[in-house]
Write a protein that binds this ligand. Structure first.
Ligand SMILES: [Zn+2]
Length: 250
C-alpha cells in the first residue's frame, strides 16, 4: 500500500493558512503549569501495545485517534489495532479520540461529506461501547473551511499538524501539534518541549507506530521513554488531550 499524499501545492498552502482564521474557538484560560499530551494517530497495533506500555509503566495515559475503517487492517506502518485492542486501551484509562472513519482527507471534503464520515466513525466507536469521543484529529492535519465549519464545537479540541504550543487564545477548533516521527522526530519534539516549558503552555505530541525499526511516521520506544522522562523531570503535567482541553477551557 502506498501512503496517500495530501495537497502540497501553493494553492493548498494558502488555503491552509486562510482556514486557520475561520471558525476560531479561542481557549479561555492558560495552563497553570506546562502540560504535554502524547497521542497516537490511526492507531497502529504497536502504538496500542509498546506505546501504551511506556506510558502505563510510568502511571501515565495517552490519546489514540482512531479511524474505525482502518482497525485490524494492514498499512504502511504495520497492522492497525483492532477493536479488541482499542477497547483494552480505553479500559486501561487511555483516551480514545475520533479521526475520520475512512481516513478521509478533510482538506478536500465538503461540509456534508465531513459530517457523514465523522458521524460514521462516531457510530463505529459507539458500537464498540466506547465513551463519546471528546477529542478529534484531522487526518493529514488538513481541513477545508466548510469541513472546519461542519465540525466546529463538536469536540473539545480538533487537532491539526502545524507546529506550535497551546495557550490562552489558541484556536481549539484547529490546534497545533508536533510529530515524533522521522529521523529528527525526537530532537524536534525536545525543542518544542523546551518551548512549552518556557511559555508555560500545552504541547500535543503525536506519533504513529512505536517500534525499534519504525516507519517514517513512527518512533522507537526509547525515544518515547526519553521524551516522557524529560517532560516529567521538567515539571510537566502529562495529560490526555481531553484532560488538557478541560484545563484551558474552564
Ligand atoms: Zn491519521
Amino acid at each position: 500500500m502506498e501512503a496517500y499524499q495530501p495537497d502540497r501545492s501553493l494553492k493548498g498552502k494558502i488555503r491552509r493558512r486562510l482556514v486557520r482564521l475561520a471558525e476560531r474557538r479561542p481557549a479561555t484560560a492558560a495552563p497553570t503549569r506546562p502540560m504535554v499530551s502524547f497521542s497516537f494517530d490511526d492507531a497502529p497495533a504497536s502504538a496500542a501495545a509498546a506505546g501504551a506500555a511506556v506510558l502505563e509503566s510510568r502511571g501515565l495515559r495517552g490519546t489514540y485517534y482512531i479511524a474505525a475503517a482502518l482497525a485490524g487492517t494492514d498499512g504502511p506502518m504495520g497492522r492497525f489495532a483492532g477493536p479488541d485492542e482499542i477497547v483494552r486501551l480505553a479500559l486501561a484509562g487511555h483516551e480514545i479520540g475520533c479521526h475520520t472513519y475512512s481516513h478521509l482527507d478533510l482538506g478536500q471534503a465538503s461540509g456534508p461529506e465531513t459530517a457523514a464520515d465523522v458521524g460514521r466513525n462516531q457510530a463505529a466507536l459507539e458500537a464498540w461501547k466506547l465513551p463519546k469521543a471528546r477529542s478529534f484529529a484531522y487526518p493529514y492535519g488538513d481541513v477545508s473551511a466548510p469541513a472546519k465549519r461542519a465540525l466546529a464545537g463538536r469536540f473539545a479540541t480538533l487537532r491539526a499538524l502545524h507546529h506550535g504550543v497551546i495557550g490562552k487564545g489558541a484556536d481549539l477548533n484547529q490546534t497545533p501539534a508536533v510529530g515524533i516521527e522521522g529521523p529528527d522526530g525526537e530532537a524536534v519534539a525536545r525543542r518544542w518541549l523546551n518551548r512549552a516549558k518556557a511559555e508555560n503552555a500545552w504541547l500535543i505530541l503525536y506519533t504513529h507506530d512505536v517500534a525499534n525499526d519504525p516507519s517514517p511516521w513512527g518512533c522507537t520506544p526509547g525515544a518515547l521513554e526519553r521524551l516522557i522522562d524529560q517532560a516529567v523531570a521538567d515539571g510537566f503535567e502529562v495529560v490526555t488531550v481531553a484532560e488538557g482541553a478541560a484545563k484551558i477551557a474552564a
